[in-house]
Ligand binder design. Sequence first.
Ligand code: MSP
Length: 504
Amino acid sequence: MSFYITTPIYYTNDVPHIGHAYTTIACDILARYNKLLGKEVYFLTGTDEHGQKVEKSAKDANVNPKEFVDKLSINFKKLVLDLDCEIDDFIRTTEPRHIKAAQFLWNKLLENDQIYLSNYEGWYSIRDEAFYLENELTKVDGKFKTKSGSSVEWVKEESYFFKLSKWEDKLIQFYENNPDAISPKTRYNEVLSFIKGGLKDLSISRTTFEWGVKVPNNNKHVMYVWIDALCNYLTSIGYPDINNDKFIKFWPAIHIVGKDILRFHAVFWPAFLMAADIDPPKKIYAHGWWTNEGQKISKSIGNVIDPYEIINEFGLDQFRYFLFREVPFGNDGDFSKKSIANRVNADLSNNFGNLVQRISTFIVKNCNSSINPTNNLNNDDKELIKNLDKKFNDYKNYMNNQQIDKSIKSVMELLSLTNVYVDEQAPWSLKKTDKERMQVVLFVVVNIIIKSSIMLFPIIPKSTKKILSMFNMDINNINFNKFDLLISKNIIIDSPSPIFPRIL
Ligand code: MSP
């Protein structure tokens, strides 16, 4: 089984912020989870380097666009690694392999009679790199603005058009037959009603600036940045060679995107693909947006959240954990340092960390650092193990539906139950009365710590690896295979160290 997951490619017009980190970590979590299931995973991210917005930013910085994107793209690549994301490819749309793929896709659309030359006249937002109808805009201080507050300008130029209107029925049919192809459900309904409202042909080239992929056989035009950008998902797996192993194995992909760019992915992209004789994406998942202490994040307000600042203050895994436990994936979320501290203290320090710390130090002190497997379980033990099985199933069901917050919550509930079990069984008292029973209790708890660590590995990889190596598990081969049999051997505990210090 294979699993192909992508982030949107990021505009190289500024430094990365929390929004970029969020989408990338989401994909990393789902990629790692699918690897634990034993699937062959391909995880793609990269930078979207063409278009009017990037050209304008380069001009403002007095640098030529290529030099400008070369410099800015590095920051995005570095962030991916600093977030501990295990990618398989980092694509840049200025690379020759991509320009070749985008031009091939264009020619394919032309060959399939999906493109015609005409004139475009209408509103364009450089910030959104999108065309708007007047009824989608509102007048603020005498000037038209988009719903998200972006300015628009009137554009009048010769343009190639994609026959999007022709794909209305096919798209409706595709989504009605594949109700899971867009998630969450509200987004599916939104897209479907947008398509049913009628689709107009789409302008897909520009003549008034230069920074883009040249339209084959008409150098006056550059491709609309979105057709160029979307094509990255094909380029990385070897397009135009659709018969190569990677393409055959991995296409179609699952695209994780922010809600603001859903329409490009769920309407334009499947239409381009079908028009080029390629299968539409397997799924498009739209996540919500982060605000900063209740305010929209924006450069002009000056409240952009720098992921490095949060990581330096709270720790990487703490940041990853907070983003995906705090807010249901798909909903908007509000960021504050107070809420990250509260969440980390409650879940990671007091619940998970506390359990690991007290059990491992107890075993080192009282059991010569070693625990033996046993079958001698009583009803309390069996009850807790039953809960482990149930929570593991819940966790998988939620992860399979991208409900990351709920899957984490299942593991946290299991850990809370385990802390209660430890208090009730009181191994420190059993030490004096029944050493054999004490061993059984510790065995059950160690079992749960190891399995919870594996379940939480996709979310907090560095810390769970530390815990697993503390329990002498093979951290180079973490997966759900043989999950049931994991501790059939004697477990020796290395010197315990606190994993999640409380945030003060
Ligand atoms: N270049 C396009 C995508 C092309 S994909 C073929 C683009 N780039 S972007 O850099 O502007 O945005 C990338 C992603 O960051 C989007 O998914 C967007 O939703 C996300 N975020 C930007 N700000 C965000 C928040 N404040 N919160 C969460 N995610 C947000 O769009």
